[in-house]
Ligand binder design. Structure first.
Ligand code: SAJ
Length: 438
């Protein structure tokens, strides 16, 4: 490879060199740790000094036990150090947030800052990998020009790849190791170098492609999920008016060898599935009507749930208790959570609301996460907004003793209807016609 335009440095190897991981969030931190434990010298970079101080003593902000254990292993390996800015390394993995702005276009501020900081220090022959999810075209229209502005010719001086992260929060370690990776390279040598780096810890296959295809694959994956959840949500709303139990209907339809309908719910939360489809819509609103419609369907689900509750239950004076703040089962993450939207809509209707989530240690500002019995005391209705394991197995007798009125609305189809009914509750479920009014 010595005759390549990159010269001898193109014989890239992750070993005995340093890799910077820029952005130590739920993807960057485990990635940095896996590389360090795999024998690579790693510089973990984050602008949040408070985070770096906690990491130095082995404390993370995640509730994923495997990730907590991993950071301690990585620190003990002697291969992991931290800094608040990048320096000369042989490779850089960018794992910074890429949210949407209020106008629903991608907010690339953090990515641009990170790329600028890396471009100032990256040596000739080093490798830049972007893992953050980005609108297709961003690598060629934004990232490469930024490198050029810093005096680097991307085709000659450096290696560039886009390898979108694909891990499911809650199963980060399993998926980081076992999932296949899509590796979009600026050229073949870039893609091979990136694959070489990930092979330190990835057991899944490496699929090599170009930069824009890799960007497109990632936003397609999350748009696919969003559209299919929207379909399940439409089915649920129809089922409610025709006396069909959508959960049973979906179970039966999924016996078909080519049908796999997802689960309805109170909406789509998190920082990925509720965000990434907009990266397609921003490219051409006319050509992405289904994707856009799915976003609208899912965003309207909290309204549907609150309207149904208020239509069917005389709430009167007294609080409604929302069980679950997290956006998905068995997580502590509340970003974009439909539970928060339900809480806000109820408040907007003048209803007093209390919340309880056993997993959320730090609720969003202004929200008090009460212990279960304190939250339920005197409640006029219980809303199950997240399908945490704790809620599925909950004994309703205890709650039945403290609530003022025994009504539960299960937006996740997750509780044992017979058990709650035996405890005296009127059970409403998303996607099922309600039992007769009292
Ligand atoms: N949801 C439903 N019904 C379902 C499945 C999910 O209502 O059948 C809801 C969840 O309750 C949640 C939201 O959708 O509020 C999103 O949850 P999720 O399980 O679909 O996914 P995320 O956002 O936690 O992670 C996704 C994953 N993408 C895909 O499965 C295609 C993950 O692999 C990605 O790495 C992640 O986005 C990401 O970071 O992009």
């Amino acid at each position: 490879m010595d005759d390549s335009p990159l010269g001898p440095q193109a014989n890239w190897s992750p070993h005995n060199r340093q890799v910077a991981v820029v952005g130590l969030g739920y993807v960057g931190l485990p990635t940095a740790c896996m590389l360090a434990v795999g024998g690579v010298k790693v510089l973990g970079v984050d602008t949040d000094r408070g985070l770096l101080d906690s990491l130095l003593i082995g404390r993370t902000r995640t509730v994923e036990p495997d990730v907590n254990a991993l950071i301690n292993l990585a620190l003990h390996s002697g291969n992991l150090e931290f800094a608040d800015e990048p320096r000369a390394c042989s490779a850089y993995i960018m794992a910074v947030p890429t949210p949407v702005k209020p106008d629903r276009s991608a907010d690339l501020f953090h990515l641009l800052q990170a790329v600028k900081a890396v471009a100032r220090v990256m040596p000739r022959g080093s490798l830049l990998i972007v893992e953050s999810t980005i609108p297709p075209g961003t690598m060629s229209r934004v990232v490469l020009p930024e490198l050029a502005l810093a005096g680097l010719n991307p085709e000659i001086d450096v290696l560039v790849a886009h390898c979108p992260e694909r891990v499911l929060p809650g199963a980060t370690m399993i998926e980081l190791v076992n999932n296949d990776r899509v590796i979009g390279g600026l050229n073949e040598i870039s893609a091979r170098a990136a694959a070489d780096l990930y092979s330190v810890f990835v057991k899944g296959a490496m699929h090599i492609t170009d930069l824009t295809t890799a960007e497109m694959v990632k936003v397609m994956e999350n748009s696919f999920r969003d559209v299919n959840i929207a379909l399940a949500n439409d089915f649920a709303k129809v089922a409610e008016i025709i006396g069909v139990d959508v959960w049973e209907a979906i179970r039966l339809a999924n016996n078909h060898p080519r049908v796999r309908i997802l689960q309805p719910g109170p909406g789509v939360g998190g920082h990925c599935v509720a965000v990434d489809p907009w990266f397609l819509v921003q490219l051409d609103a006319e050509r992405t009507q289904l994707v856009r419609a799915a976003r609208d369907v899912n965003d309207r689900m909290p309204f549907h749930c609150v309207n149904r509750l208020l239509d069917e239950v005389a709430i009167g004076e007294g609080p409604v208790v929302v069980l679950g703040l997290a956006y998905r089962a068995d997580l502590s993450d509340t970003r974009e959570s439909p539970a928060l939207a339900i809480r806000k809509l109820l408040l907007d209707h003048g209803v007093q609301v209390r919340v309880h989530d056993p997993l959320v240690a730090i609720p969003p500002a202004g929200i008090v996460n009460l212990p279960l019995m304190q939250a339920a005391k005197g409640a006029r209705a219980v809303v199950i907004a997240t399908d945490h394991r704790d809620f599925k197995s909950m004994d309703p007798d205890g709650i039945a003793r403290v609530v003022k009125s025994r009504v539960v609305f299960d937006t996740r189809g997750c509780i044992d209807v017979e058990r709650w009914t035996r405890s005296g509750f009127k059970v409403l479920t998303l996607g099922r016609t309600s039992p007769a009014r009292d």
